[in-house]
Structure formats: C-alpha cells, structure tokens
Design a binder for this molecule. Structure first.
Ligand SMILES: Cc1cc2nc3c(=O)[nH]c(=O)nc-3n(C[C@H](O)[C@H](O)[C@H](O)COP(=O)(O)OP(=O)(O)OC[C@H]3O[C@@H](n4cnc5c(N)ncnc54)[C@H](O)[C@@H]3O)c2cc1C
Length: 386
C-alpha cells in the first residue's frame, strides 16, 4: 500500500500494471496451478485460488484457509508472542502438514521473507499472509512495472525533490558523523565535504548504519542491534535463449530451489531473456556461475518442457550476499524505530521496525515513519533535512 502511495505521489502509479488473469504456479512438468483471485469480499476472494491448488487435497486446502485466518488474528493481536516462534512451528501448531507446507507455504515464505520457514519468525510470516494473501483483492494482485523500477520510483522521486528545492548528491558516501553527543551537527562524505542540516535521516542499510553508529558513543546500542540482524542472500540467474518459451510474464515454481521465473518483453531480433530468482540462497552463493546456470536450466526444463528445445545464447549470475536482514524468531526486538539517541537523527530502511519483512513495502513504510517523526518534532518545523 505504501509503495502504491509512493507511486501515486511521484506520478507513476499508472506504470504499475496489475497482472491480468491467474498467476501460474508450476509443481512439475505440465502441472500448472493457476492462482486466481476472485471478485468477492475477503476472504471469499481466495476461493478460486484454492480451487487452482489442485495438487493438494481438499482437506489440506481447507486447513490452509483456516491457517490464513489464524495468521490474520495472530499478526494483529499477538505479534510479540508470534515473534518468539518459528514460522514452521507455528504452521505445525495450526495443523499444516507436509503437503501444505511444501505445496505453498514454504515457497511463499522463502520468496517473501528470504529465509526458510524453519528459521523465520512466525510474526513476519503471519504478517505476510495478513497483509497480502488474506487481505483484499487489491493487496494480493501482482503488479508489474512498465519500465525498470528505477524509472518508476527513483528518477521521478529525485525529480520531485529537486522541483521542491532539494539538492541530490549521487555517489557521495557518508563516511563520518560529526556530533556533540546529543545532536548530529554534520555528516562528512568521502570527498571530504561537510554537510550540515537541522535534522538528518539515515537511510543506509543496517550493516552501514552499524559502521556509522560505531563512531558515536550515544549510538552504541544501535550499532549492536544492527550487528545482531544478520543477513541473507539472493541469487538471480539471467538466461538468454534463442526463442521465447515461457508463455507468462512470470510464474512461481513449487518443489524447486527457484521461487520465481520472469520472462522479459522480447525486443525484435534479440534473444529472449528469462530471470530466475533464488531467495535465501546462502548455500548457493558460493557455487560457481556455470553450476548455477546449469542448475537453473535443469530446473526450468523440469518444470517447463518447452525450455528443452531452446538454445542458451548467454547468461549472467548476480549474487547479493547481504540482500536482506534475517527475520528470525526474536529478531524484531533488534529492529529500531525511526528515533535514535541523537535528537535530530532518524532512521529509515527496510530493516527498521516497520512491522513488515525486509521488502520494498517495508522500505517505503520506514520512510513514511521517519517523515512523520520529522513532522512531529517538538522543536517545530524544520527548514533543512539531510
Ligand atoms: C536481488 C534482490 C531482489 C529483491 N526482490 C524484491 C522483491 O521482489 N520485492 C521486494 O519487495 N523486495 C525485494 N528486494 C528487497 C528490496 O530491494 C529492499 O527491501 C529495498 O530495496 C530496501 O530499500 P532501502 O531503501 O531500505 O535500502 P537500499 O535499497 O539498500 O538503499 C540504501 C541506500 O543507501 C546507500 N548507502 C549505503 N551506505 C551509504 C553511505 N555510507 N552513505 C550514503 N549512502 C549510503 C546505498 O547506496 C543505497 O542506495 C530484493 C532485493 C534484492 C537484493
């Protein structure tokens, strides 16, 4: 929701196109399970989706609907209690057997939390179910950007800031915080320049925040909190084929190390590009690229027999070892809110305490939280924020 509001604010909402029809989940060659959302009110909008999960028997599917309702209640009423449990223990507690865990919950959990359900906080998993799957039709509808996310969000946002008199400095790393123990006075960038402001929002990742916090005694405990958040990686394998073989813009894979496969719009005369996303990829980060490409090709052929006839013309492996924090049980307490021990320094980032997993939605929500704090400062309106 926050992400859509941001797109609205920067004037690019129309560039996020709802995916029409069903999202296909593929469990084995030729077995497509269309995940279709109905028009009825929540949770009845999920009836067509339950019908589509025909690799699961009916009692499993009804049990999943019950677990979804339990997630809604738990995420809203007992978030702290849920944060002490792992998502897989919580699912077992709610009668979710191997079929439903392997058939939907595990791939969904890995794709949204970026760690396996045995390691993930039940609170974060329940929040995902509450805020997406078991919320309204609008919240579960997948959106695909018409252009690169940079063009949909970043450039228009920068332009808006500039139009309102703000200054954007790119590729300027903050290396030092200058403070008087109570307030932040200025930040120093790698080029040696000093930037002063009345208030500051630090929106760097948690590991960078830990490094900067280490320079300020008052931010000692923030640094320690950040260090406890850990990290989890994502590997993306792009493969270019001599022909298009994937008939959807994206598909979810079940019983596979890959969670999502995307096909990019093909430009005339150029090879067809398919991107494979592997979340929670700790083990695979160390694999050589050749092995990763071979594994993805084999998985694609296993799920989509048409891929076997296509010739690979190129490939690219992207590894992001520190893609997100690890949302493990008990980790929520280490995620700070926007306020810090320095009275004019605020935090933002997907890793802060937004109530959400580390996602784009969480990142935007954290920005909103920081902006609200700035607005409500007892010291009054601020003219200059950095
Ligand atoms: C491969 C991959 C796939 C993903 N897929 C999805 C997805 O499908 N859906 C989803 O919701 N989320 C996804 N995510 C997660 C999503 O990208 C993040 O949740 C989001 O980008 C976090 O935004 P952020 O602003 O908190 O942090 P970031 O995007 O990390 O931004 C932090 C910024 O701070 C800058 N910075 C760092 N240090 C300094 C410094 N010292 N001085 C100045 N600037 C600094 C960095 O350059 C960076 O621009 C994915 C992430 C990865 C890596």
């Amino acid at each position: 929701r926050h992400t859509l509001e941001l797109a609205e604010l920067v004037g690019t909402r129309r560039q996020l196109l709802p995916v029409r029809g069903a999202t296909p989940f593929v469990s084995q060659p030729g077995r497509i399970h269309p995940f279709r959302v109905g028009r009825g009110p929540a949770p009845l909008h999920l009836l067509p989706a339950l019908l589509g999960l025909d690799h699961l028997d009916w009692s499993t599917r009804l049990g999943m609907a019950r677990a979804g309702l339990a997630a809604k209640l738990g995420a809203r009423l007992w978030p702290e209690r849920l944060d002490r449990l792992s998502a897989s223990a919580w699912l077992r507690w709610h009668g979710q057997g191997r079929q439903s865990r392997r058939g939907l919950w595990e791939p969904l959990g890995l794709a949204t939390l970026n760690i396996p359900l045995e390691q993930a906080s039940a609170r974060m998993f329940a929040t995902v179910l509450d805020r997406s799957m078991f919320a309204g039709r609008r919240d579960i509808t997948a959106l695909l950007p018409e252009q690169l996310l940079d063009d949909v969000f970043v450039r228009p946002a920068l332009e808006k800031v500039r139009r309102q008199g703000g200054e954007i400095l790119c590729s300027q790393r903050v290396v030092r915080l200058q403070h008087n123990g109570r307030r932040l006075l200025a930040v120093e960038t790698a080029d040696g320049r000093r930037h002063q402001a009345e208030a500051f929002v630090l929106a760097a990742p948690w590991y960078e925040t830990a490094r900067l916090a280490g320079q300020v005694a008052a931010l000692d405990s923030l640094g320690r909190q950040c260090a406890r958040l850990g990290y989890s990686g994502i590997v993306t394998v792009d493969i270019w084929y001599d022909r298009c073989w994937l008939e959807w813009s994206f598909a979810g894979l079940l019983h596979s190390p890959l969670q999502w496969v995307f096909s990019h719009p093909r430009q005339r005369g150029l090879p067809a590009r398919v991107s494979c996303v592997i979340s929670g990829a700790e083990r695979l980060l160390a694999w050589p690229s050749q092995r990763l490409v071979a594994e993805c090709r084999a998985e694609l052929v296993r799920h989509f027999p048409a891929a076997a006839a296509a010739r690979v013309v190129d490939s690219l492996v992207t590894r992001v070892p520190l893609a997100t924090i690890r949302v493990t049980p008990g980790s929520y307490g280490n995620r700070p809110g926007p306020a810090t021990a320095l009275e004019n320094l605020y935090l933002a980032g997907d890793w802060t305490a937004t109530g959400l997993p580390a996602t784009m939605e969480g990142a935007v929500a954290s920005g909103v939280q920081a902006a609200r704090m700035l607005d409500s400062r007892p010291a009054g309106r601020i003219a200059h924020v950095a």
